[in-house]
Design a protein around this ligand. Structure first.
Ligand code: SF4
Ligand code: SF4
Length: 424
């Protein structure tokens, strides 16, 4: 990585804490990613993006801001990125996948709150995230109670716009959500000073759909045995999708798929044929939360799909490209996002149906349900997942864990036992 110290100082980062963060990431990345054998060559691009995570991309954001553009941070795949880009903004998914600034966060939050919320508050209060410090505004949502209330506090430190996300999918919820998306579009227009036209919105819908199609193409390639790419690499790509430049990212994912298709033709896999295949579901795994995937893939199994927001839910549904007037395009956007099977919905039968379909489509031998500690929506919904999978005879392992490594040994023992069981 180049020398970006002046840029970080100008952004107001706490240089000492930031240095500590940068010391932690490279060795972890090396152990989790760079020790994998026979990785596709195009993964070099994604390695480069991670290596430059606080460098080049931040520089791009500063250039965008210098030219009068806005950077808008988000925390949830419910926030329509198309709207932000249609108004000339850059949408950045803020990560929150590492325990940092917990002491600062606990000054304003209770101790026992999910690590994701504690992480984003810690990032902001400890001033260690150049993406956060580049964000002119943050968009929150009312998905879960913890986040909803935390956004009130976050608003003391950065302007926050909160979208009211419905918790059911009835007609009145659809109407509410459509109105929220329209209100969001107006808010973004006011904030950026740029109006959103049917043309600019249709264009950003196409770009996001292209990104989704590229990720879907990658996902389809994972159905084959032997698998041509590790689940850890796919998760990394899904995490990078949240903050990389859309057109560049899409083109690189397609390039990777071209390479993987050649591997398929020659029968080259990254794990031996017959390796036990698992689907991971649950709370999203924000970058750099790779703990459980690393344990799975170093315990003799391969992750073939992620039924999560850092996974299939991010790219499965496309926005309809029918409709040419602004109202119908906005309604298409709203409709697409309401198809997200987040555990905050009640009931959330769509998630159960999709999960069992995925097990068949990806020929999975079992499912690992992973909830973050204190994440009530996913921890409670694990019961429904268990019930549905049991009825269908699909093996399930339920895990609850945080961002620390204290339970890594114990988790590995449990995952290894599960892998042995599904092998039989
Ligand atoms: S799990 Fe729910 S709250 Fe979390 S990113 Fe997904 S949609 Fe948003
Ligand atoms: S849905 Fe779960 S992980 Fe996400 S913010 Fe809420 S409690 Fe935390």
């Amino acid at each position: 990585m180049g020398d970006y110290r002046k840029m970080w100082q100008d952004l107001g980062l706490d240089m000492e804490s930031h240095d500590q963060l940068l010391e932690v990431l490279p060795p972890t990345y090396h152990d989790v990613y760079l020790t994998q054998e026979n990785r596709p060559q195009v993964m070099e691009y994604f390695d480069f993006v991670v290596n430059e995570i606080h460098g080049l991309r931040i520089e791009e954001l500063q250039q965008h801001k210098s030219a009068g553009g806005k950077v808008i941070g988000t925390f949830c795949v419910f926030v329509p990125e198309e709207i932000i880009r249609a108004a000339g903004g850059i949408c950045i998914g803020l990560c929150s996948g590492i325990e940092i600034g917990a002491g600062e966060a606990e000054k304003v939050l209770p101790r026992n709150i999910c690590p994701l919320i504690k992480s984003f508050m810690g990032f902001k209060l400890a001033k260690v995230c150049p993406y956060f410090e580049s964000s002119d505004m943050v968009v929150g949502e009312t998905t879960c109670d913890g986040k909803k209330k935390a956004f009130e506090i976050l608003n003391d430190y950065v302007p926050v716009h909160v979208m009211e996300t419905p918790h059911m999918k009835k007609d009145q919820d659809r109407k509410l959500w459509e109105e929220e998306v329209k209100d969001f579009a107006r808010h973004i227009e006011g904030f950026t000073g740029n109006s959103i036209s049917a043309v600019s919105l249709a264009q950003s819908v196409r770009e996001s759909n292209d990104k989704r199609r590229a990720l879907k193409r990658l996902s389809e390639l994972r159905k084959r045995d032997p698998v041509v790419i590790s689940g850890k690499d796919c998760l990394l790509i899904e995490q990078i999708a949240m903050y990389d430049d859309v057109a560049r990212f899409t083109s690189k994912v397609n390039e990777l798929c071209d390479e993987l298709e050649k591997r398929l033709e020659s029968g080259v896999g990254i794990f031996p044929a017959g390796t036990p295949r698992v689907i991971v579901t649950g709370t999203p795994m924000a970058i750099p939360n790779w703990k459980v995937p690393h344990i799975i893939e170093s315990s003799g199994a391969v992750m073939v799909a992620e039924e999560m927001c850092t996974g299939m839910r991010y790219f499965e549904n496309e926005v309809s490209e029918q409709g040419t007037d602004i109202d119908s395009i906005i309604n298409n956007v709203a409709e697409r996002y309401l198809g997200t099977n987040c555990a905050v919905f009640t009931p959330n039968t769509g998630r159960m149906e999709r999960l069992t379909e995925l097990v068949k489509e990806y020929r999975a031998d079992g499912v690992i349900h992973c909830a973050l500690s204190f994440c009530n929506p996913y921890a409670v919904e694990a019961n429904r997942v268990e019930q549905v999978l049991r009825q269908q005879g699909i093996p399930l392992l339920k895990i609850e864990t945080g961002y620390d490594q204290e339970d890594a040994g114990q988790l590995k023992t449990r995952v290894e036992a599960f892998v042995e069981m599904i092998k039989e």
